[in-house]
Design a protein around this ligand. Structure first.
Ligand code: NAD
Ligand code: ZN
Length: 255
């Protein structure tokens, strides 16, 4: 694709900034994975225009909602199962390999940063991971194929944990569910120590996750926002690039 001159100049500025970065943090949202075939929530045609989210309380207490949550998850499997890392994921993996990025803090649940070759210990998942499931009571891990087989054999009823009878849920954080404390702590540490904070593909409206760019500014980091729509925090950033993430990161990292 051909870029207009303003975007091109912004990519050059980003490239220059990335060349000086020594302990950056990339903070990613659903927008980095849309080119991989996984829709985001808030773009036109995004997931929210079709389904209201099922909150944690409803999942725990209502068998019909639990079954509905699993039906939706299995319906998404064609997209999640086939997705491969995109240009944005690959550019961040390159920056990590060059020693410029200290970590990736992601709101995404798709596992694509791991699939791009970034070591798992460098990735902080704030909202969990949808590629497997866990028991909400004892924490035991279950694979989705196992859950699906049981769900279908039971006439679309969600299975309980064979070990403790607790509810089995995809390993994501739902609305109303406590944030994972270790992930929040690691994200806060990375944010406090970074020199550049790159917010990529997030509408920055989901809290507490959206608090991290604000924290980064408070600690004196340089803030960059790459998102094709305006975000709530644009005025805090020294560089805002409203363009396609894959195009921008590829241009700025020489991919
Ligand atoms: P969001 O849907 O609120 O915002 C995504 C933003 O990305 C939008 O503002 C959109 O304009 C922008 N965008 C989309 N494609 C883009 C592209 N190619 N180039 C530039 N910008 C692009 O997403 P969010 O802020 O991550 O919050 C939604 C929540 O939903 C997150 O908590 C996340 O856990 C979850 N979610 C995850 C996935 C995933 O794992 N891939 C997908 C959907 C939702
Ligand atoms: Zn259990």
């Amino acid at each position: 694709m051909t870029m207009d001159d303003d975007i091109k100049a912004a990519c050059d500025a980003l490239g220059a900034l990335l060349a000086t970065m020594t302990r950056g943090v990339a903070f990613t949202g659903a927008g980095i994975s849309t080119e991989c075939g996984i829709p985001d929530f808030r773009s036109p045609g995004g997931l929210w225009t079709r389904n209201r989210p099922i909150d944690y309380e409803a999942f725990r207490t209502r068998p019909d909602m639990r079954a509905e949550a699993w039906r939706r998850r299995f319906a998404m499997e064609a997209a999640f199962g086939a997705a491969r890392p995109g240009r944005g994921h690959r550019a961040l993996a390159r920056l990590m390999g060059q020693g410029r990025l200290a970590g990736i803090v992601t709101q995404n649940i798709d596992g694509l940063h791991q699939a791009s070759g970034v070591p798992p210990e460098r990735i902080v998942e704030l909202h969990g991971n949808t590629t497997y499931a866990t028991c909400l009571d004892c924490g035991e891990r279950y694979e989705l194929g196992w859950v699906r087989a049981r769900f279908e054999a039971a006439g679309e009823a969600a299975p309980d944990c064979p070990g403790c009878d607790g509810p089995i849920k995809s390993a994501t954080i739902s609305f109303g569910q406590p944030m994972p404390a270790p992930a929040m702590a690691r994200a806060a540490e990375l944010t406090a120590a970074c020199d550049v904070f790159l917010a990529i593909g997030s509408s920055l409206v989901v809290w507490p996750a959206a608090g991290f760019p604000v924290q980064a500014r408070r600690h004196g980091a340089r803030l960059v926002i790459i998102n094709r729509e305006p975000t709530e925090l644009d005025e805090l950033a020294e560089l805002v690039i409203r363009a396609d993430i894959g195009d921008v990161l590829e241009a700025a990292t020489g991919g």
